[in-house]
Design a protein around this ligand. Structure first.
Ligand code: NAD
Ligand code: UDP
Length: 340
């Protein structure tokens, strides 16, 4: 059995589909603070299996301990997605972010030790690299001081896991995701941003749907080929598969403790303008956009060297930007038509 925290969320739900499709029994823990319970119906429609679900605040040690009393002794592994993730909000409410993201992880680690659960996969982020001197970044590229409390929670969580794996029986992997986009091909699960999206792709699909008037491209005077920022956009289905490979690696290791880090991206940088143009190729819809000023804290360019994940995890991104954008658009349309 695998315990998946944050399993009704965007990346968690896609990972649950991959896990179930590969024969894993999945139990989801989520407090639905940024997701909907109906995601369980969608996972069941896609896979034919409804995962067991506990509505629990992982931040609350007593609540979490009560859930682990029920399932902890059957679990072999934990994938820990649950976290608050809005960068701007974290700047305004740092304590809420430190409390939620750090306490949740520490509560999970305590329960894993109590029930002798050996394997942990953790959601980290390329945000730990900040503005890198050289691209692509490898796992050996030094981390930079975080641009936001959110980013800092990722660095701090990585360190907490590393230190815990040194001190007790724990095999752990941190996956540093680059920019997740896309949705399952069924269009039954996808990203559900609350309010006005901060991220590029939901803003693009909402503009295409007529919910937003126009996209603002934040700056076209960067030192890149077309002047807009460069990111590594990784399809969420590929991302889900990376978790499966990470879990397989941990489950076959015979040592008592280990800790490792992997970049999970495509290895290819694409600019913001390129993404807008690719959206038109993929869907036939031209996005209304204007160029505005740079957004504070944005990194000029970051993309992954994925050699380590390719060789050690035997994982490689298979889906490209066009597939990611087409699936995001299908999801946006399907979600709106269900809500209408
Ligand atoms: P999401 O918000 O869709 O999913 C996170 C889930 O965790 C939500 O369902 C939310 O309800 C739940 N949650 C939050 N706090 C909780 C708590 N205290 N108790 C129980 N449940 C709680 O986010 P996502 O995009 O799926 O991200 C998953 C993980 O990946 C997060 O750790 C995030 O920081 C990390 N990550 C995301 C991105 C991205 O761009 N989406 C990039 C890098 C890393
Ligand atoms: N971006 C943009 N307009 C938007 C949202 C994002 O131009 O409405 C740009 C942003 O400046 C960055 C890229 O798109 O260069 C990716 O931003 P996102 O917030 O999706 O992810 P980040 O890389 O910041 O985590």
């Amino acid at each position: 059995m695998v315990i998946v925290t944050g399993g009704t969320g965007y990346i968690g739900s896609h990972t649950c589909v991959e896990l179930i499709g590969n024969g894993y029994e999945v139990v989801i823990l989520d407090n639905l603070s940024n997701s909907e319970e109906s995601v369980l119906d969608s996972i069941e429609e896609i896979t034919g299996t409804r995962p067991q679900f506990f509505n629990v605040d992982i931040d609350n040690a007593t609540q979490l301990a009560a859930v682990f009393e029920k399932i902890g002794s059957q679990a072999k592994s934990v994938i820990h997605f649950a976290a608050k993730k809005a960068v701007g909000e974290s700047v305004k409410e740092p304590l809420a972010y430190y409390r939620n993201n750090l306490d949740s992880l520490m509560n999970i680690l305590v329960e894993m030790e109590r029930f002798q659960i050996p394997n942990l996969v953790f959601s980290s982020s390329c945000t730990v690299y900040g503005q890198p001197e050289v691209c692509p970044v490898t796992e050996a590229t030094p981390r930079k001081e975080a641009e936001s409390p959110y980013g800092n929670t990722k660095s701090m969580c990585e360190d907490i896991i590393r230190d815990t794996a040194r001190a007790q029986s724990l095999k752990a992997i941190s996956l540093r995701y680059f920019n997740p986009i896309g949705a399952h091909e069924s269009a039954k699960i996808g990203e559900l941003p609350v309010g006005i999206p901060n991220n590029l792709v939901p803003y693009v699909t909402q503009t295409a749907a007529g919910i937003r008037k126009e996209l603002t491209i934040f700056g076209d005077d960067y030192d890149t080929e077309d002047g807009t920022c460069i990111r590594d956009f990784i399809h969420v289905v590929d991302l889900g598969k990376a978790h499966l490979q990470a879990l397989r690696k941990l489950e076959t290791e015979t040592i008592r403790s280990s800790y490792d880090i992997f970049n999970i991206g495509t290895g290819k940088g694409s600019s913001v303008l390129e993404l807008v143009n690719t959206f038109k190729q993929a869907t036939g819809i031209a996005i209304n956009f204007k160029v505005g000023p740079r957004r504070d804290g944005d990194i000029t360019a970051v993309f992954a060297d994925t050699t380590k994940a390719n060789t050690v995890l035997n994982w490689k991104a298979e889906l490209g930007l066009e597939e990611g954008l087409r699936s995001s658009w299908n999801w946006e349309q399907n979600y709106r038509s269900k809500k209408a």
